[in-house]
Design a protein around this ligand. Structure first.
Ligand code: ZN
Length: 202
């Protein structure tokens, strides 16, 4: 499986990082080795002093597809989940400055938290309310209605470049409120009132 991630998909997050608003979705990938194994803690890697959490809505692909029209994109997923795109912000800053690829800052081992999934029919996809708490305090509070590109548009766009396969996961971008983690932090992600993951930082 592969993980396809979208950057800069929420206006307020673009503003907090003082990034340019993109004309097209910003796409990057994580390898399967980036997935944090279930129930494992997230270990801060030695190459960064500024690891940020980014809570994101996930979409699990259930059919193979290429050049998927936006109006058929809904047929390619049944399940929605929640996860974290851990980012070495210090390293990403250096890479961005030099115009280099982001992989070392975004795709390292453990950088992809994939929580549980639910059927999309259980949610109002136009308005999925999701949250991240850090040590019990809400740090990110998002709603899918604020995405610049909606799920179906993202699937269509991504599939122009990459064949989507069964089991691939799309990270749809983070809302505002990203921040640094430190050892012993507990991060809990929820959609509505239901918890989708719990991660301890080490
Ligand atoms: Zn992200």
């Amino acid at each position: 499986m592969k993980i396809i991630c979208i950057g800069r998909n929420y206006t307020k997050h673009i503003e907090e990082l003082e990034n340019e608003r993109p004309d097209e979705p910003v796409v990057f990938m994580k390898p399967d080795s980036a997935v944090l194994l279930k129930n494992n803690p997230f270990i801060i890697p030695p190459f960064s002093d500024d690891i940020h959490y980014e809570v994101e809505i996930l979409v699990k692909i259930n059919r193979i597809g290429k050049f998927i029209d936006k109006k058929f994109a809904h047929k390619y997923y049944d399940e929605i989940g929640l996860g974290i795109d851990f980012t070495a912000r210090d390293l990403q800053g250096k890479l961005k400055e030099k115009g280099l690829p982001w992989e070392k800052a975004k795709a390292f081992d453990g950088s992809a938290v994939i929580g549980k999934f639910c059927r999309k029919s259980e949610l109002d996809l136009e308005s999925i309310q999701f949250q991240l708490t850090k040590n019990g305090e809400v740090v990110q509070d998002g709603n899918s209605s604020h995405m610049l590109w909606k799920i179906d548009e993202l699937i269509s766009y991504i599939s122009e470049y990459f064949t989507l396969k069964i089991g691939d996961v799309i990270f749809t971008g983070t809302p505002a409120g990203v921040g640094r983690v430190k050892p012993n932090d507990i991060l809990v992600g929820s959609i509505g009132k239901e918890d989708f993951f719990r991660v301890k930082v080490k």
